[in-house]
Write a protein that binds this ligand. Sequence first.
Ligand code: CO
Ligand code: ZN
Length: 330
Amino acid sequence: MNELIKKLTEAYGPSGFEDQTRDLVQAEIAEYADEMSIDTMGSLIARKKGDGSGLKVMIAAHLDEIGVMVSHITEEGFCRFTNIGGVFPHTLLGGRVQFADGTIGIIGCDPIEERSKIHPLKKYYIDVGASSREDCPVHVGDAAGFTRPFLAQGSHLSAKSMDDRIGCVIGIEALKRLKTTPHDVYFVFSTQEEVGTRGAEAAANGLLPDVGIALDVTVAADTPNARRMAVNLGDGPAIKVKDSGMIAHAGLVRLLRQRAAEANIPYQLEVLEGGSTDARSMQIAGPGCAAGCISIPCRYVHSPSETVDANDVAQCVDLLVALLENPIDL
Ligand code: CO
Ligand code: ZN
């Protein structure tokens, strides 16, 4: 699986500019899906047909990643930028970003007067090696994502867009493993999650599923002084109970716990105080649906070195397959 994780996490795909990542996912699943389509928002929808006895299930993993967008270029050729999604300024200085055409930018900062202070985004700029506005290879409106090579160290896997390429990998692996299912399953690789779960909202309103499950990262709070929740890296998939945008369907939480227990998959229960996922959009699309989330514990979320555990990832695939292979009785 590491080869696929490396390929997807190193791909370019800030919100609204997901096509390069989507092409990789599409090529990966082409022979496993019964039907594939791309909707107007750019989400890739892959259907795995059921035997007619089950429910309509939407699985959502988002293609997009946080990033930056050039908002102004100075006469000297430095690019000021705005954020795409939840970018923390303290993760920026000295980092590198990559534009759609492969251009790399170095992130610099105006002179730092107070070293202990975190500077606002407006103090930062991108240096692409230009010497004037005229010879700058990037333009206002161009988007960039962080760039950082994938790293596998023991069971820990680190990369710049584990959020949510690791969810995409879990969806892909589950689709590959799912030989038969009672359910009509739509694997949606969604766009624009990081700016407000927009792609999944459109897709869910089109599909009107009975059940919606997001595959996304959550905070592993097992780092120094972080403890506000019970999720640890390496302790198995986290079954979401609540985040700031959704309270998961109680019957679905119960069923996920039951399937995990039956298959001897360790799991944790997630109560996340900040942030949400595509499940929020699915839950309230159309007449609403039973929504939940299989979360992948992740350290350093929204930094260029988001870190997950390979065993958790494999167990998330196991749990999703166990859910989809069996009847869903809520
Ligand atoms: Co995110
Ligand atoms: Zn995410």
